[in-house]
Design a protein around this ligand. Structure first.
Ligand SMILES: Cc1cc2nc3c(=O)[nH]c(=O)nc-3n(C[C@H](O)[C@H](O)[C@H](O)COP(=O)(O)OP(=O)(O)OC[C@H]3O[C@@H](n4cnc5c(N)ncnc54)[C@H](O)[C@@H]3O)c2cc1C
Length: 489
């Protein structure tokens, strides 16, 4: 319980009732953990006061945004700090960036930016619910990461409250505080190790993003918070770069006879420089009770190839050339160029995970653990048949979709959750797939993060030396280990 002295200082509400704790005990993962209380801060001073209080008593604190994390990132036995309620102001929309509080929902920001012809490109399918704080902390991305990159690429400056309650503004043009200052020499002496140990992929949300902190001899300390899952501090303000909305987009929809012919076509498709290449939900469902279409699955492996830019004629030419190049390998193709058809098609793609999370066949559910791996797209021809081979070995049905242009495959086995062997199967699957991912220099998480489910695989993925750096970084930023413990290290 909170003492009277702190209660007098706080402006925000402290909830200890069962209902509020229950709501905050779940996210979009299969975990459930009851927090001891839920604090809804009204301002930065509230966050600071609560951090100081927790620091003195060594009580764990976990920031929470929309609660749409897929790996239990926002769950804790300690205090949930609900940022979504009051930290939801869009402070300023500038020419090339936007200043926001972290509780702003992504779709709300999109709507406001659109009025100025701008957008923040990372586009998770959960945009209607997820917050900017959660997106930064998970380094989220989406269908357009192929062209635009992930949230980390848009992070310019952050205001952060550290575990001891101190406040800092972190960015390339602000003098580094003592934590960010101690990080630099540590990283600088290990750049070779980092370059050799990090995945050879265009996206990564596993571990801490030490590979992105030093570029062209400049230091970008704010990026250490991207993908850190709130384990280093609570973000209270963020400046994010924005870009102009492209004037036109064209969508080429291609259906393939089988996954092999689709995979063989990916390098050719990428040579046309599309802005997105997305695999629609596809799977193997042996049970007669499951109809593909009812479950939002396509009958044949299908991809969307999007081209966007300022000249419709150029885009049409690009799409036509790409379509001709694929004529031999796909069984049907269609070009969509009007906004309404494109939006309808994208809505279908964005609903993939919603369909899958509702999936059930008796006791069988689509379980996430290997649901977000990424490899260099040139290796998909080897990697996807490998995953299918493992599913065959364990006699598992599965679903598969994702950002195939980036090599990021969202796949979930259907597992009988009542079976005594369920946990064992999931562990074997994770071991086999993550070992392969490491061999291919991929990542165990492209965009969803590590959370409760994957943090224990981080050491295996990065190796003992880089993992030791992670431990030291956690020590520098949060020496009492109260910021979202149990995640990352
Ligand atoms: C249907 C569905 C579709 C999805 N599609 C995508 C997708 O396309 N791409 C993708 O990348 N992800 C996707 N996700 C995953 C998830 O939506 C994203 O990771 C999202 O950005 C999480 O945001 P949130 O506000 O819900 O964060 P939460 O779940 O509330 O929290 C996530 C993490 O962020 C931390 N955090 C939150 N706020 C702060 C803060 N202010 N300071 C410090 N740490 C903070 C939390 O402690 C936690 O560790 C999807 C999820 C669902 C359910």
């Amino acid at each position: 319980m909170i003492d009277d002295d702190l209660m007098r200082k706080l402006r925000g509400k402290v909830h200890t009732d069962e209902w509020t704790r229950l709501i905050n005990s779940v996210d979009a993962s299969h975990f459930q953990i009851n927090p001891s209380m839920v604090f809804v801060p009204e301002d930065v001073t509230d966050v600071t006061n609560m951090c100081q209080y927790a620091y003195e008593r060594e009580i764990p604190l976990t920031a929470r945004g929309g609660g749409t994390g897929l790996l239990g990132q926002a769950l804790t036995q300690g205090i949930v700090v609900d940022i979504s309620r009051h930290f939801n102001r869009i402070i300023e929309i500038g020419e090339r960036d936007v200043l926001v509080e972290p509780g702003v929902v992504k779709a709300v920001l999109d709507k406001e930016l659109k009025k100025k012809g701008k957008f923040l490109p990372p586009d998770p399918s959960s945009s209607n619910f997820c917050t900017l704080g959660g997106m930064i902390a998970n380094n989220s991305s989406g269908a357009h990461t192929l062209r635009y990159g992930s949230t980390i690429d848009y992070l310019e400056e952050l205001d952060v409250v550290y575990s001891d309650g101190s406040i800092s503004t972190v960015g390339p043009s602000t003098p580094p505080d003592h934590r960010c200052g101690s990080l630099l020499p540590m990283i600088f002496s290990k750049l070779g190790l980092i370059a050799a140990s990090y995945p050879d992929t265009s996206k990564n949300s596993s571990g801490f993003r030490l590979d992105a902190l030093v570029r062209n001899r400049s230091y970008y300390p704010q990026r250490v918070f991207a993908g850190a899952e709130g384990t280093l501090g609570i973000i209270t303000k963020a400046k994010l770069r924005t870009v102009d909305i492209p004037q036109f987009e064209i969508l080429l929809v291609c259906e393939f006879q089988d996954l092999t012919s689709l995979l063989l076509s990916i390098p050719r498709i990428l040579s046309f420089h599309p802005s997105a290449v997305e695999l629609l939900s596809f799977g193997r469902l042996s049970s007669g009770r499951l109809q593909h279409n009812e479950k939002g699955l396509t009958d044949f492996p299908t991809i969307y190839v999007e081209f966007c830019g300022e000249s419709l004629t150029t885009l049409e030419q690009q799409a036509d050339l790409c379509r001709s190049a694929l004529r031999q390998s796909c069984i049907s193709s269609e070009v969509l160029s009007d906004r309404t058809s494109c939006n309808a098609a994208w809505n279908e793609r964005r609903n993939s995970l919603n369909h899958i999370l509702r999936f059930s066949d008796g006791n069988k559910k689509a379980i996430g653990i290997i649901e977000d791996t990424v490899v260099n797209p040139s290796l998909l021809e080897e990697y996807i048949p490998f995953i299918q081979g493992i599913y065959n070995r364990y006699k598992l049905d599965y679903v598969m979709y994702g950002h195939i242009g980036n090599g990021n495959i969202h796949t979930r086995p259907l597992i009988d959750v009542q079976s005594t062997k369920a946990v064992q199967i999931i562990e074997h699957l994770a071991h086999d797939v993550f070992s392969k991912v490491r061999d291919l220099r991929g990542s165990i998480s492209a965009e969803h993060g590590d959370g409760l489910a994957r943090s224990r695989y981080i050491k295996q993925m990065f190796g003992a030396d880089v993992y030791w750096l992670f431990v030291q970084i956690k020590e520098i930023f949060d020496k009492k280990n109260i910021m979202n413990p149990g995640k990352k290290v």
